[in-house]
Structure formats: C-alpha cells, structure tokens
Design a binder for this molecule. Sequence first.
Ligand SMILES: Cc1cc2nc3c(=O)[nH]c(=O)nc-3n(C[C@H](O)[C@H](O)[C@H](O)COP(=O)(O)OP(=O)(O)OC[C@H]3O[C@@H](n4cnc5c(N)ncnc54)[C@H](O)[C@@H]3O)c2cc1C
Length: 391
Amino acid sequence: MTETNEHTAVVIIGAGVSGLALGNFLLRNGIACTILEKHSREYVEGRQRAGTIDSFGVRMFREWGLAEVLEGDPVAEAEGGFWIDGEEMPIEFGEDENDESVFCPQQVLVRNLTDAFLRDGGDLRFEAADVSLEDFDGERAVVRYRDPSGSMGVLDCDFVAGCDGDRGVSRASIPAEALTRHSHEYGYNWLSVLAEVPASPSGMAIHSRGLAGLIPRGAHASRLYLQCPPDDTPSDWPDERVWSELEARFGTPVATGPIVDKRIVPLRSVVHSPMRHGALFLLGDAAHIVPPMSAKGIHLALHDAEVFARAVIGWSADGDPSPLDDYSDTCLRHVWNYQAFAAWITETMHNAGDPSYAGEFRKRIARAELERQFTSPTANRLFGELTAGVN
Ligand SMILES: Cc1cc2nc3c(=O)[nH]c(=O)nc-3n(C[C@H](O)[C@H](O)[C@H](O)COP(=O)(O)OP(=O)(O)OC[C@H]3O[C@@H](n4cnc5c(N)ncnc54)[C@H](O)[C@@H]3O)c2cc1C
C-alpha cells in the first residue's frame, strides 16, 4: 500500500459549516490548510438541515469578503404564526432594523462555501476514509486517512481543527479523562418530517398533545415537527398519523402531500469542555449541541470557526499563542450563553403545551412567559425569528 507524507499548517476534519467556513477564512489569509471529508461532495451538498443564517453569521461572512456564500436557491420568507390550544394568536411580529438574518438552506451554504474554497485553490479531499489522529497532545499533530484509491495519506500539521460533528473521530480521539461532558436531556424528542407540499398554515402550535411546527422549505416543500416521547421511532408515525396529529395540534386543516423523509431528532443540550487538547481544537457540533428549537447550531459553529481562524492568523503573523490558549474559554463563554437561551426557549415552548413532562405549575409559568413575549414588541420579535429560523 502506498503512503504519501505531506505538511500543512492546519488539517480540518469535516467539510460541514464550521470546517468550510474555517477553511475559507484561513485560505484568504495565506494559511495552508487541508480539509478531509468522509462523505462524497454530492452527499454533503444534499444534506438538508437548517434554513436561516442569523445576523451574526451574515455580518461575519460580509466582513471576511464572503457575502456571496449566502446567495442562491432563495427560500420564500416564512410568515409564521402561533397557535395555542388550536387557536391562532392575534400577534404581529415587530420589525427590527438591526435584524440582518437571511433564509439560506444549510445545503446551499455548504455548496457555496465549497465552491468558494475550491475556486480560491483550496485543498478539499472528499471520501477520506479511516481518518485518525496521532501525537496531537503536544505541539504538532499527524493525521492519517485513506483516499478513494486505497492509498494512505499522512498529513503532518501544526493544528488539527475537529469540525466533524457529534459523531466524528476528533473528539473521540481525546482521552476520556481529559474531557468533561455536560448534558441535559429534555425528556421528549421531535419527529422531523420533510414533505413535498407548501407549509399551510405555517408556524408553531402549542397544544396539550405536544408542540408542532410547520415550516416552509421553499415553494413546494415543508419541514414538519411533532413533539414525541423519547422512545418513539419513525415506524410509530405512519403518514396518516403525522397529518392527523398536525391537524389536531394546529386545530385547523393542514395541506397534505408526499412525505419524503422521517426521522427522530433528540432534544438535548451538550457541552464538551475544554474545547482544546494539545494541537487539536474542537469546533461546532463536535464540541456542543443545542436543541433544534433554538435554531442556534449554525451560529455556534460559525462563531467557533471565526475565533479559531483569528487565533491561527494572529499566531502565524506574530507568533503570539495567547488567542489559541484562550480559544476554549472564549468559545465556552459564548456557548453557555447560547445554551441558556436554548434551554429557556425549548422548555417554555414545550412546557406551555404538554404538562405531562414538567407538570401543571411549570405549564402555567411557561404560558405566562409566552404571554409576556406576545405583548412586548421587543420580545415578540424573537418569536418571529424563531418561526422563521427553526427548520
Ligand atoms: C434535522 C436538523 C435540523 C437542524 N436545524 C437547525 C436550524 O434550524 N438552525 C441551526 O442553526 N441549526 C440547525 N441544526 C444544527 C446544525 O445543522 C448544526 O449545528 C451544524 O451543521 C453544525 O455544523 P458543524 O460544522 O459542526 O457540523 P456538520 O455541519 O455536521 O459537519 C460535520 C462534517 O464532518 C463530516 N465528518 C463526520 N465524521 C467524519 C470523519 N470521521 N472524517 C471526516 N469527516 C467527517 C461530516 O460528514 C460532515 O460533513 C439542525 C440539525 C439537524 C440534524
């Protein structure tokens, strides 16, 4: 078996949102990097998840000269409403002149970031199998992988950026005793369904049967969510049950159509600390998970990518390691702040409907919280962003 040895400054594991954003930031600043992605380009560019990039992400791409990555395949803006116990709430979402968030399906962002990286001469290797990390607890690291022809590649580098999600190889390579996992399970999950029918109505429904969401995914498709018990599987939800349950929770007829994907999304919050071990830095979902109700996974992935990119660029320019030394603390402060928001919005939205998890007292508290959002112009903007952002 042939083996090729190469050197680069940063090996990035994973061509998702954090890995591709980081690769572009480094490349534009003359830092050599190689991205290793386990799947094919076609697979990665077809993976549908989030739909909204928040104001932070929009400003960040603009500042790095990458505004173009938010363009293409525009999705119709969601005019989402709110239903409580089957009745639509008479609320109007306030305008926010500082809100620059845009609709950009995650697969479009990934495709555009890939195009920009390759166009600028970036080194992105798809179908890199059996990625493994060695000698990374010191100052440098070695990354091995197998390319599609079966040859082994060996990359010697200054830093490894673990951007390979919650189930990747990066975090799993860190000795268990060097990492602490903080986690919270909410006690319920979401059935997430992709259907080939426009969302009608669109928005979120709070109901004693559980939370439901109907979110547009362009002119001809929608993403549907149904709160469900943690041990449910997609086979518990035949198509007819999905539609009748949506109607029951919204209290109004919903447009039905072919269902093309059905999966269970766990509702949990997870933080791994610290986000660095030697030459290995964890970014995005590899380090933390926020529940999908908050729609902040992309935000955190992009934030990590920017903090790490600035630290490497600074170190390369003047040899100052302190931003790299501060990376974990800087990101974790931000992550916990967003975990606080994510836990609050998740519990408020679910407790306000179904009392079987947290009890009647918490339900009444959650209802009071919701009413406060609906009557405060600033706060109800949040719900406008949420119905648009959850995807
Ligand atoms: C159904 C669903 C809906 C969501 N909705 C939203 C939303 O509305 N808003 C929001 O902000 N967030 C949402 N999220 C979360 C968001 O998608 C993630 O937080 C975000 O993708 C994290 O980016 P990342 O770069 O850390 O990981 P990813 O984007 O997952 O990228 C990781 C990459 O690493 C690759 N990889 C994995 N293992 C290896 C390996 N061993 N070797 C090489 N490569 C590897 C993967 O193939 C992948 O390309 C949603 C997630 C799901 C699942």
